[in-house]
Design a protein around this ligand. Structure first.
Ligand code: ZN
Length: 474
């Protein structure tokens, strides 16, 4: 009975997925709403997930040879207007500081929505000769984009992210890096978030303001909608020309550099919640779970139980596993529910009888199956965590693959997205047809497929230039 009551606190995942999401992020204490509309407070349990994401991602950047730096939050308004497409794209959502120190500022300052402009400006100062290239930097920071409708992690006025920015001597090198970073993100999504993604080029309509080409990775959420989980951008010489990023080549002539940028944000937390979660709440992939293993003592007042739990915790910690012993005054049943809702990958139950028999009970959150293991079998726990990673990924991948359908017409596309699918269809390349899809089915072009195997555009019937993955998106 108690169990049923507890579960019913979370809205039904199938019939009311938006409310399920809100219930889960609030009740598991990942976030709370900030006092300013559209802002979120990331609570310790949520921030610990972000720290794990950061650590894993940062290690990958460092291995790739990228260095971290930090640029100011405030950007002169005049910088924003230097790249025409960029200012047009971001103008509706920038927050502007007009007063400071009790007086009106001579020039208004923009709170960064992204840092291409200020980093372009600094690159212009730092890059002089071909010997200074490539220059590859990343920063971990917050950005602000004023939003009308907001949801924790998915869309908030202020969010945390990383933004990488590089400048190269040639366009080929910058383009290669744009794809390398896209594949770094794809590998990260697979191995750290256990999340399958589609990667590919974005259409002109969906590309970053000021870019020559944008590439994205898209993940399928539980409701069949798509979530853009990361993007990389090739800028050509657009920003280099706007900010005077010039260098003297080996041949002595003055040339403009080629820039690119890439970013992922706290949106990734929303993505993993909506990829893996179930009716009981969160299911966290082991590599980012703040607690990978929770040990729940049974009859914890009995002599020797807590000692055995703590000693097991020590062995697991020594093996590099994030572990917690829940020795609070709540009943074991309450603790089971709480940690299941919070998505801890493995629970170990340990009571007097187990200790006597040299056993422990393992519960895996992804399948909710229980197995027995020898008490203190650290290797067994490690293997189980590995196995959970594989099974989470496989399960999500199967779901995504089973929900990719093909369409030859707008009607078929509408049916497809109504059924919670990604829809592959031919497209002539014209903006008018892309707009028509949005109007007719509230679906957008997520990424272009590498191969084009649809002969005609689903909208106008002219020969197709691309096969596109369309979906409704967050
Ligand atoms: Zn068309």
């Amino acid at each position: 009975m108690a169990n049923e009551k507890f579960v019913s606190q979370i809205a039904d995942i199938e019939s009311d997925f938006p409310q399920w999401y809100t219930d889960v992020v609030i009740k598991t204490k990942l976030v709370d709403y900030g006092p300013v509309k559209g802002t979120m407070v990331i609570r310790p349990y949520g921030y610990a997930i972000w720290e794990n994401i950061q650590r894993e991602m940062d290690a990958r950047f460092k291995r790739a040879g990228v260095e971290n730096a930090y640029f100011p939050l405030l950007i002169p308004m005049s910088f924003m207007t230097k790249e025409a497409e960029h200012v047009e794209g971001f103008a509706p959502e920038v927050a502007v500081v007009t007063h400071a120190g009790g007086a009106k500022l001579e020039e208004p300052l923009v709170v960064r929505p992204t840092s291409e402009t200020i980093i372009g400006h600094m690159m212009g100062k730092w890059v002089e000769s071909w010997r200074d290239l490539p220059l590859r930097m990343n920063q971990w920071c917050n950005v602000m984009r004023w939003e009308k409708t907001t949801r924790p992690f998915l869309r908030t006025s202020e969010f945390l992210w990383q933004e990488g920015h590089s400048v190269y001597a040639t366009g080929e090198e910058a383009e290669t890096e744009t794809l390398n970073m896209l594949h770094l993100y794809e590998e990260f999504a697979k191995n750290v978030l256990c999340m399958p993604v589609l990667v590919g080029r974005k259409t002109e309509k969906e590309k970053f303001a000021g870019a020559v080409a944008t590439f994205g990775m898209e993940a399928m959420m539980h409701d069949g909608k798509s979530l853009q989980a990361g993007t990389t951008h090739y800028m050509g010489q657009n920003f280099a020309k706007a900010f005077g990023v010039q260098f003297t080549g080996a041949d002595g002539t003055l040339k403009y550099g080629y820039t690119m940028s890439y970013g992922v944000s706290t949106r990734l937390i929303g993505a993993l919640i909506m990829t893996h979660g179930d009716q009981r709440g969160l299911i966290l992939p082991p590599p980012v779970a703040p607690v990978e293993v929770v040990i729940v003592p049974i009859a914890q007042k009995k002599e020797g139980v807590l000692e055995a739990c703590n000693s097991l915790a020590t062995s697991l910690k020594e093996a590099g596993i994030r572990v917690k012993v829940d020795d609070s005054d709540n009943s074991p049943g309450w603790k089971f529910n709480e940690w299941e809702m919070k998505g801890v990958p493995v629970r170990i139950e340990l009571g007097p009888r187990d200790i006597e028999g040299g056993k422990m009970l393992l519960f895996r959150r992804d399948t909710c199956e229980k197995t027995e293991a020898a008490l203190g079998d650290v290797e067994g726990v490690k293997r189980l965590l590995q196995d959970i990673c594989v099974s989470l990924y496989d399960r999500a991948k199967e779901r995504m693959q089973s929900r990719i359908v093909n369409a030859e017409s707008l009607e078929e596309l509408l049916q497809g997205v109504n059924g919670g699918n990604f829809v592959r269809a031919g497209w002539c390349g014209e903006r008018a047809c892309e707009d028509k899809v949005k109007e007719f089915a509230q679906a957008t072009a997520r990424v272009l497929d590498e191969k084009c195997d649809h002969p005609t555009c689903l909208c106008c019937g002219k020969p197709a230039k691309h096969t596109v993955f369309f979906a409704r998106a967050y």
